[in-house]
Design a protein around this ligand. Sequence first.
Ligand SMILES: [Fe+2]
Length: 226
Amino acid sequence: MVDRLSLKQVVLVRIQVPQPAFCYTCIIMRIPTIRLATENDPNASIVEKTRNWIKKIHYNADHLLQTEYWVTQLNSDASDELRVACVAHDVERVFKEGRVPEGSDEEGENIIWDDEVYNLWHGTRSARLTADFLRAHNQSKEFIKKVTHIIERHEVGGDDDQNLIQAADSISFLEVNADRFIRNIGKRYTKAQVRAKFDYMYNRIQVPRAKTLAQPFYTAAISKLS
Ligand SMILES: [Fe+2]
């Protein structure tokens, strides 16, 4: 995937400024170039490159970008490693080839939302794919190691950064994804499964301030269910 994406180069938009009226003998066109950042733009930060990668490939990019937003609300000094981890934490879901979940899956029939085996498998696979992306963009081993460490346990938490990404993921889920889950009642999920998902995403939050921020979204989601 990364190799294929790397063929798409920086987008260049050229604006032509008309020839001055007093010039009769030559055509001097001034062509300034506006650079729109992509994941391959050498001038973009690695956070920006990761955002652009995810916007391009992920069906749930809004949720992922909003996870980064909420992590900055929880920690205004959030590191680039933490921000990149937030943006990419679910990336494995779009890499369908070779996707053999170990345990409950969001698309399975017998879903157990807090299935730790599945959640760690999902986190580890997302971490590996993110590491591939970061390596292709010349990030240091140390940087990649920190990002993958955070992503691996984004569903279950652990240390401070792992608890922050878990909390930001929960707030963003309740804000952005609740309606999608409700729309899928009777299709992919039962009403009880959706209620259990909302409860799980809210109850797993381990950061007190995040619990406060998530509460209005959780209440709104539950009220839409009834
Ligand atoms: Fe996830």
